[in-house]
Design a protein around this ligand. Structure first.
Ligand code: G2I
Length: 457
């Protein structure tokens, strides 16, 4: 089975990273307030979703990271990001063999510095192909597509939680057929070939099929995607998740059987994600329903809205998002936050109201180098740590985390993990002598990483 190539502990680590205790909501510094008579109510979308073991994310246009009003909302409210355009094929490989990672890397860096999870979008798609690829066909195109998947997934290896491996491969309407495209014409197996290449290049990322108009359980397109996922699972094609874009704009509406669709996909043994949510005129009812439906399905891992302010939307004239053009919260925002706060909290150990305390331990001597820890920024649900190595220019440092805490992101080093996912060996990778990582507290706000050893070479 192709699935056996996944790194041990990967899904455990991911699950834990998304499950954050109710303690988050008790920390006023983390954007939370304590309401009289209630346990807690988080005051940001990301913190509240994290309390339910989910993420709440947004599409980001990298050019807008220079807009401080935009970035303020992004950093405050969201704990997951998707590049709106910067990881598409035309952006990453404008000329064959010439890869342009600058904008995408900038977004990943921003996300990691904020402890946000990153969804990669998208490795293979009929649209937004660079000119050179549009003109290809047959084996040449198949190989170029697979090379793109391999190169890009390898470049971002270890930094992407979920990849939209294939996007929008099914036709609209009642046919239930694949969409005609140059990729489809290379052979019906192009989708599974892309998934296999992605798994091989980044065994730690969850691999998703992503599409629009697969929200209504009765639609032929929904049924066709369902049958493909069922077939992939039965044959061991490495698929982990289905993304429902859920653009309820441009004439599509929230369907009353949406929860059935989510739970039906989940019952196939894949996670479900709501990946590009926007709703024409942002009605509070429909937004609330989407949140409640996701919270009702254990395998619904999170919700990503397709932009922050209405003015950032690809359909800005429909005002479909949670913030208005001035960055103010709309009624739909309040409805979403309330629905998140009303959701049940998964059991994740003993929540604590103790604020983060304690210092990382000093590493034991020996091994030819010394690793010195510096505590970094602390949020309600997570904290950063950096480690500086002296006495060697190439090294490996073993860091142990106290469960249920989990490392959710790392930078400036090459990590490997033991089977528990709690012991990380970080090796130098040429980016200097200081590496860092983000740890999700998951209900334990006091434990801090232990440095077990520093070994030169
Ligand atoms: O069309 C809405 C979404 C449907 N699902 C897949 C998503 O990837 C897609 O996102 C949209 C972006 O929101 C748009 O911003 O995808 C469009 C096509 O890739 C994006 O539009 C493009 C324009 O077509 C380009 O002309 C423009 O240069 O945005 C580019 C950057 O602004």
């Amino acid at each position: 089975m192709a699935n056996s190539s996944r790194a041990p502990g990967r899904s455990r680590r991911l699950r834990a990273a998304l499950v954050v205790s109710a303690a988050v909501g008790l920390l006023a510094t983390a954007g939370a307030v304590v309401l009289p008579g209630s346990a807690s109510a988080a005051s940001t979308l990301g913190a509240s979703a994290a309390e339910r073991g989910r993420y709440f994310g947004t599409a980001v246009a990298v050019s807008r990271l220079n807009d401080s009003a935009y970035t303020t909302i992004l950093n405050r409210e969201f704990n997951q990001v998707t590049a709106e355009n910067e990881m598409k094929i035309d952006a990453l490989q404008p000329n064959q063999g010439q890869f342009n990672y600058g904008n995408a890397d900038r977004l990943v860096q921003h996300a990691r510095s904020q402890g946000m999870l990153v969804r990669g979008h998208t490795l293979a798609w009929h649209s937004q192909q660079p000119g050179w690829m549009q003109n290809m066909s047959g084996t040449t195109l198949r190989n170029a597509m697979l090379n793109h998947v391999t190169q890009v997934a390898t470049h971002f290896r270890g930094q992407i939680e979920w990849w939209d491996v294939v996007n929008e491969a099914f036709a609209d309407g009642s046919s239930g057929a694949r969409r005609d495209s140059n990729l489809q014409r290379t052979g019906n197996d192009w989708i599974e070939a892309a998934f296999r290449a992605a798994r091989q290049a980044d065994p730690n990322a969850d691999l998703c099929y992503n599409d629009y108009n697969i929200d209504n359980w009765n639609d032929a397109k929904t049924q066709a995607v369902y049958r493909m996922v069922q077939d992939f699972k039965s044959r061991g094609v490495p698929i982990d998740c289905v993304g429902l874009q859920s653009h309820f704009t441009g004439g599509s509406n929230y369907p009353s059987n949406y929860r059935t669709t989510l739970s039906s996909f989940a019952a196939l043994g894949v996670d479900v994600h709501i990946t590009e949510l926007d709703i024409r005129n942002a009605p509070t009812d429909a937004y609330r329903n989407v949140v409640n439906d996701c919270l009702a399905v254990a395998r619904c891992k999170g919700i990503t809205v397709w932009g922050i302010r209405d003015s950032d939307s690809w359909r800005s004239s429909e005002n479909p998002l949670l913030f208005n053009g001035s960055g103010q919260k709309k009624p739909a925002y309040d409805a979403v936050l309330a629905a998140l706060n009303n959701g049940t909290t998964p059991p994740t150990g003993n929540p604590t109201t103790t604020p983060p305390t304690g210092n990382p331990t000093t590493p034991p001597p020996g091994g030819g180098c010394t690793a010195t820890v510096t505590p970094g920024q602390v949020w309600g649900d997570r904290y950063n740590t950096s480690v500086t190595v002296s006495g060697a220019s190439t090294w490996s440092v073993v860091v142990a985390i106290t469960a249920p805490q989990k490392i959710s992101a790392t930078w400036s080093g090459s990590p490997t993990w033991d089977s528990s996912g709690n012991v990380m060996t970080m090796r130098s990778n040429g980016s200097g002598n200081t590496f860092g990582f983000t740890t999700m507290m998951n209900g334990n706000s006091s434990a801090r990483p232990q440095i077990r050893s520093c070994t030169a070479g």
